[in-house]
Design a protein around this ligand. Structure first.
Ligand SMILES: Nc1nc2c(ncn2[C@@H]2O[C@H](COP(=O)(O)OP(=O)(O)OP(=O)(O)O)[C@@H](O)[C@H]2O)c(=O)[nH]1
Ligand SMILES: [Mg+2]
Length: 666
């Protein structure tokens, strides 16, 4: 037997593997299969079949004396943040995919993150029991989306068209799948021997790129022993130089032991991961908070991974240099039983510590939150409001919890309408929030599309006179103003000036005139706030007894009302600069969609650092952006995305403007 497939003498420190990949790839099923193969126990026998995973879940596993935490990550694209957060503390990732090259594009968001952060990873092609395509074709498709060289670790052989087993391309031994139990060792089937030696050679060739000794042997046609290959593979995987590709069936429990062995052998120790993450370890406690949750009965739980020292209850430590006392320490799974302590590499949940947030480094001397990569940018927003007014305070607290538990949920405040907007990664992401609010916080909410912050301005100019005079009871009210109203430069707001010389209107009344003008700007003739006007007080009259601030303010408001109406009021809509990233094959339909949304293309280039992707830059009216992400996803196998920033206000006229104004008038 090759040396490395025997239990090693030394036991590794507790390691963490994050299981990631697109929705329905079989991640949860794979974790059940791994835990069962490693321990002989089921993860949770009460569950009939896996449901879509909505939160990262930690599963403990002991395999050949090694302790593991497997993190089951959600696959929905809108919950991607939770995978990213888990990956940031993992020693290794298993990227699970389906056996069709058509779906390979959906791996891009994961592969890019893994490559960018140099996180060691392996690919597991799952559902091989349903595979029709040859594995070679799949591998080619995978190579199109991976920056790192891929190393096929197994070669399949088929019986009656179905994959019946595999040849391990390092040991060159063949295994035949058996239903529900360990695979059986068989001879390498004759029909794959040629293919096998080619694949074996190509594995060595890839590894030789990273080792001169191996390269020499390869060039001299000397076959290195399996032990040397295993060793080289482990080294390369740990440095994220190569990515081994396995296949199997989580459902049929095929190919599971091979994957377990790879994890055991190829995943780096937590100390190595700490170094990769730039953490300085000592014997003092050091732990990164990677997940925050609010559980019924327990309350806030901060999940952290220990990178050095020990985390235990009451243990005094620091947070960004300030003193921090660790509360109760819990197991990060099941019923969250209390734990005495957690050591190197372990994942634990600390309860009810109000200061801790995701990304914090417990034991850190300084604030290093910059090392925690920021959140995904929001791409979809809705106004969120409590159905019952009495729930508003409760909703505030609950939303605070939500945004702490998933940094890709963010709150925005719409000042025009005094509404709270919940932003996130899409409709389903927001629906998840609604469900949590109902089930866990007992707050019923509604989601409605946010209102576009339209403005209005004028195209023409006028000089408007208004005399305000009223005689009621005692002394009357009198103010007389003439306002010159003109368009102002776009984006420059209101410029008010006083051109009166000689005291036609005494200085003390000028602020009241200005107040009246400003007040009128709050709502123009079309029903929206007015912007970009020049208003000059050019003339006026006053009365020594009857004039007052109030009278001048009223006169100014009414002069504005009459005057602006004569200046061709026009609607302004916000336009954003939108940067859309999509796989190149979808650029053309995406571009059409953008044009269909009144987009103006500004630029078109290759997405920097993303081979095979395009970047479209366009001006797009905010009114057209409400469902942009949903349309992009529909066109791009869910991987297309965008970010936007406000660019300018643009005039809107014609039928569209009419319907906006009509809607405003109700
Ligand atoms: N045929 C076949 N089906 C599988 C296999 N593994 C998983 N499935 C099925 O695929 C479906 C999805 O499996 P899950 O394990 O829930 O997938 P997941 O990746 O965890 O999905 P999310 O949590 O939503 O991302 C289930 O119906 C599984 O029974 C497999 O190896 N072969
Ligand atoms: Mg799942």
């Amino acid at each position: 037997m090759p040396k490395s497939s025997q239990p090693a003498q030394r036991t590794a420190a507790h390691r963490v593997a994050a299981i990631v990949g697109p929705h329905l790839g079989g991640k949860t099923t794979l974790i059940s299969a791994l835990v069962r193969a490693a321990t002989g126990r089921d993860v949770d026998s009460s569950r009939a079949g896996p449901e879509p995973t909505l939160d990262a879940a930690v599963h403990p596993m002991t395999y050949l004396g090694d302790e593991w935490s497997l993190i089951d990550c959600p696959g929905f694209i809108e919950l991607l943040q939770l995978s990213y957060d888990a990956l940031k503390i993992a020693d290794i990732a298993v990227l699970v995919c389906e056996p069709t090259s058509r779906k390979v594009l959906t791996l891009a968001p994961y592969l890019h993150f893994l490559d960018e952060h140099q996180i060691p990873h392996v690919i597991f092609i799952n559902k091989i029991d349903t595979a029709i395509e040859p594995v070679g074709e799949l591998l080619e498709a995978l190579r199109q989306v991976s920056d790192r060289p891929l190393v096929l670790r197994e070669l399949p052989f088929r019986e009656n068209g179905e994959v019946a087993g595999f040849v391990d391309l390092v040991s060159e031994r063949a295994w035949h799948y058996r239903s529900g139990v360990r695979s059986e060792r068989v001879g390498v089937p004759a029909e794959v021997t040629d293919q096998e030696s080619n694949a074996h050679a190509s594995l060595i060739e890839t590894l030789a790129d990273f080792d001169d000794g191996l390269l020499e042997k390869f060039l001299e046609d000397i076959m290195p022993p399996p032990a040397e290959l295993y060793e080289q593979l482990a080294q390369d995987v740990q440095q994220d130089l190569v990515v081994p590709v396995f296949f199997g069936s989580a459902h049929e429990r095929h190919g599971i032991n091979r994957l377990l062995k790879s994890l055991r052998h190829d995943a780096p120790e937590p100390a190595v991961t700490a170094a990769r993450l730039g953490l300085t370890v000592s014997d003092k406690p050091l732990a990164r908070v990677w997940c925050t949750r609010f559980e019924p009965f327990i309350g806030k739980l901060s999940y952290c991974r220990v990178f050095s020292g020990e985390i235990s209850q009451g243990n005094p430590t620091t947070l960004a240099g300030e003193e921090l006392r660790i509360g109760t320490v819990h197991a990060p799974f099941g019923k969250h039983q209390r734990m005495q302590r957690a050591g190197l590499g372990e994942v634990v949940a600390i309860s009810r510590n109000e200061t801790l947030v995701t990304g914090h480094l417990i034991g850190g001397a300084e604030d290093d939150s910059a090392k925690w990569v920021s959140a995904l940018v929001p791409v979809f927003g809705q106004v969120i409001s409590a159905v019952q007014q009495k729930d508003e305070v409760k909703l505030g607290t609950a939303l605070h919890h939500l945004t702490a538990s998933d940094s890709s949920w963010v709150l925005d405040y719409d000042r025009d309408n005094h509404q709270v907007i919940l932003r996130g990664q899409g409709e389903a992401h927001l629906r998840k929030a609604v469900q949590l609010l109902a089930n866990q916080y007992h707050v019923e909410v509604t989601l409605t599309p946010p209102q576009v912050p339209y403005r209005e301005t004028i195209r023409g100019a006028t000089s408007q006179h208004y005399r305000f005079r009223r005689q009621t009871g005692g002394h009357g009210q009198f103010a007389d103003v003439t306002l010159k109203i003109r368009p102002n430069e776009r984006g420059s707001g209101l410029s008010f000036s006083n051109a009166i010389v000689g005291g036609a209107v005494p200085k003390r009344f000028i602020p009241a005139v200005q107040k009246g003008v400003v007040e009128y700007m709050g709502r123009g003739p079309l029903g929206f706030p007015l912007v970009d006007l020049q208003v000059e007080l050019s003339d006026g009259k006053f009365h020594t007894v009857d004039s007052s601030d109030q009278a001048f303010k009223t006169a100014a408001v009414l002069a504005m009302r009459d005057g602006v109406g004569h200046c061709e009021p026009v609607l302004l809509e916000p336009v954003h600069k939108v940067v859309v990233d999509v796989p190149a094959e979808f650029s053309s339909p995406v571009r059409k969609t953008m044009m269909g949304h009144r987009g103006q293309l500004l630029g078109f280039e290759q997405r920097p650092g993303w081979q095979g992707w395009d970047r479209l830059v366009a001006h797009l009216p905010e009114a057209e952006m409400g469902s942009l992400i949903l349309e992009l996803r529909a066109l791009t196998q869910s991987v297309g995305t965008y970010h936007a920033e406000f660019a300018h206000m643009a005039e809107l006229s014609g039928k569209m403007a009419e319907s906006v104004v009509t809607a405003r008038r109700g």
